[in-house]
Design a protein around this ligand. Structure first.
Ligand SMILES: Nc1ncnc2c1ncn2[C@@H]1O[C@H](COP(=O)(O)OP(=O)(O)OP(=O)(O)O)[C@@H](O)[C@H]1O
Length: 558
């Protein structure tokens, strides 16, 4: 059975396409009516008849109405294009957020750079193509057929049918060019996507690039990418120009000559009179409607179709939106355990890395996991955080079975601090409110106090409104970690997952973080991954991960 394609454009958007097509058609019909009136007026003038007084006014009114339709078409197309663009972007963003993790593999088709390109450039191209171009193109290609049909019925069948015979020529030429330029067009898109990805990579790794003095090399690479992109665009534009010259210059000239030849011949044999001949010649303007669309086809059409295919491929490769999305923060049923794992296994696809993990963290207690690098600690934490989907064994967090939850529900069960904190460019308050959007100032100060960073913020020039800089460049590593802890506390979740929170900070900051966690003990359930012996004294139980297996090594009776 053929799989149903994921719709990129909403139902409303699809209806808008039909409205745009309808308005373009209506505008053409009104123009045709005005031209027919004018043609008959010329016919009357040619034989010396009096021109009916309403003719000019009628033609004027019809022309004005055609203009109004054209304006409405442009307005509807533009408005709906922007609305669809917003919808596509937020749909893509929601899909990205639903992913358990962002692609790490550079060979993955949808790298971060590609996703950014998709949400910006591609979303715009799709809507420009669908909402603005597609409807008017459908109409533009039907207008010559309707016009020639009218000519065949109302004026002369030979001219009408003779014109209809050559009509398919234009789509055939377009399809020929389409084949010819497909590769040029896809090359241009590939180069653009490569450039976006490489720029993003360079920006993300600025510090590393600087440390290793790799600036000139990266700069040269980006320059080469930019040059390749420019070359690809120039080739595309050159192709577009060729198409415009061929279609406009040759096809339209041939069509005009052919219709004029038929009209003159029929007038010669007396099949039509002068007025009818003039009407056919005036209607020629409508026969050239599709030619106007052809020029856009290679830029808007091909780019839009390819972007649509890429977005669909991305959406189809991602899990569908969950049916139910609940806020699972309510925690914590009657379960005695904040975390309860039994027989948990995990395989990234290259062999098992967790071999049947059993772990219990009683509510209100603190557990620490130690173990060498690569033994599986982060994998275990990723499962608990909902960054990896459960595979084998049972995982209960806050009394909830993770196999029955969506990734976002799982994520909402816990809060955490990781090795290096991500801060948004904004104020301290902005960053805290990620944890609780409606947090009051009092709540924020309380969280800062609990995270042992209240004094630091008080001494900052603008307190909560102090800007942290890009990637928290105005804060010390230790302050960023404690702010991250405050953010986790503000979220109100009562299970904390701490992934080596002191690994990148100095001893003074480490002491402050340890003090903060010490004060939280008993109030929250805390799981800490750590290499630091100083943190172990916080733990009620210490577990050791070794090559994918976990064993309890000590327990403090309190
Ligand atoms: N995304 C991934 N894809 C494939 N294998 C992975 C991935 N992440 C981790 N691994 C592998 O899983 C194993 C456990 O890695 P993990 O990061 O969980 O160890 P860790 O104990 O947290 O190490 P560290 O202390 O260095 O962070 C390693 O062999 C690692 O190579």
């Amino acid at each position: 059975m053929k799989q149903k394609k994921t719709p990129i454009i909403s139902e409303r958007g699809q209806r808008a396409v039909m409205v745009v097509a309808g308005l373009r058609l209506l505008s053409a019909i009104l123009t045709a009516a005005a031209l027919i009136l004018l043609g008959s007026a010329v016919g009357d003038a040619l034989v010396g008849n009096e021109i009916p007084s309403g003719t000019w006014i009628g033609a004027l009114v019809l022309g004005l109405l055609a203009g109004v339709c054209a304006v409405l078409e442009a307005d509807c197309a533009g408005r709906e294009a922007r609305a669809e663009e917003r919808r596509i972007r937020s749909g893509l963003l929601a899909t990205v957020f639903r992913q358990s993790e962002l692609p790490k593999n550079a060979t993955h088709e949808f790298t971060s750079g590609r996703l950014i390109g998709m949400m910006t450039d591609s979303a715009e191209r799709v809507t420009e193509y669908r909402q603005v171009y597609f409807g008017s193109t459908i109409a533009a290609f039907s207008i010559p057929i309707l016009t020639l049909g009218y000519v065949a019925i109302a004026i002369d069948p030979i001219i009408g049918l003779g014109g209809l015979i050559v009509c398919p020529l234009i789509p055939l030429i377009v399809m020929g060019f389409l084949k010819l330029f497909r590769k040029v067009s896809s090359n241009s898109r590939a180069e653009r996507a490569r450039l976006t990805s490489n720029y993003l990579d360079a920006i993300r790794n600025l510090v590393t690039i600087r440390i290793f003095g790799a600036g000139p090399r990266i700069e040269k690479k980006l320059r080469d990418n930019g040059e390749a992109n420019r070359g690809a665009i120039m080739k595309l534009l050159a192709g577009n120009q060729i198409v415009i010259i061929v279609i406009d210059g040759i096809a339209s000239l041939l069509l005009i000559c052919w219709i004029v030849f038929l009209t003159a011949t029929r007038m010669n044999v007396g099949a039509i009179d002068g007025g009818e001949a003039v009407t056919v010649i005036l209607l020629l303007t409508l026969l050239l409607e599709p030619l106007g669309q052809v020029a856009g086809f290679f830029y808007i059409g091909m780019g839009g179709m390819a972007s649509e295919r890429a977005i669909r491929r991305y959406l189809d490769s991602q899990p569908a939106a969950p049916k139910r999305v609940g806020d699972a923060t309510a925690d914590i049923s009657e379960s005695a355990f904040a975390i309860d794992l039994s027989g948990v296994r995990y395989d990234y696809g290259r062999g098992e890395v967790l071999h049947g993990i059993d772990l219990t963290l009683p509510r209100g207690e603190t557990a620490a996991i130690i173990g060498p690098s690569g033994s599986g600690k982060s994998t275990l934490l990723s499962l608990l955080k909902g960054a990896l989907p459960p595979q084998d064994g049972t995982i209960f967090v806050g009394g909830r079975d993770l196999s029955a939850l969506t990734a976002s529900e799982t994520r909402s069960l816990t809060a955490g601090v990781s090795q290096s904190t991500w801060m948004f460019t904004g104020t301290i308050a902005d960053n805290l409110r990620i944890g609780k959007p409606d947090a009051s100032e009092e709540e924020m100060w309380e969280a800062l106090k609990r995270a042992n960073v209240e004094q630091d913020v008080k001494y900052m020039p603008q307190g909560l409104l102090t800007k942290v800089g890009e990637r928290a460049s105005m804060l010390s590593g230790g302050q960023a970690q404690r702010l991250s802890l405050a953010r986790a506390l503000l979220s109100g979740r009562n299970i904390l997952l701490l992934d080596e929170p002191t690994s990148h900070v100095d001893m003074e900051s480490e002491a402050k973080i340890i003090d903060a966690i010490d004060d939280l003990r008993g109030q929250l359930s805390i799981l800490i991954i750590t290499h630091r012996p100083s943190m172990l004294r916080l733990a009620d139980s210490v577990w050791e991960m070794s090559d994918g297996t976990l064993a309890k090594v000590s327990e403090v009776a309190r």
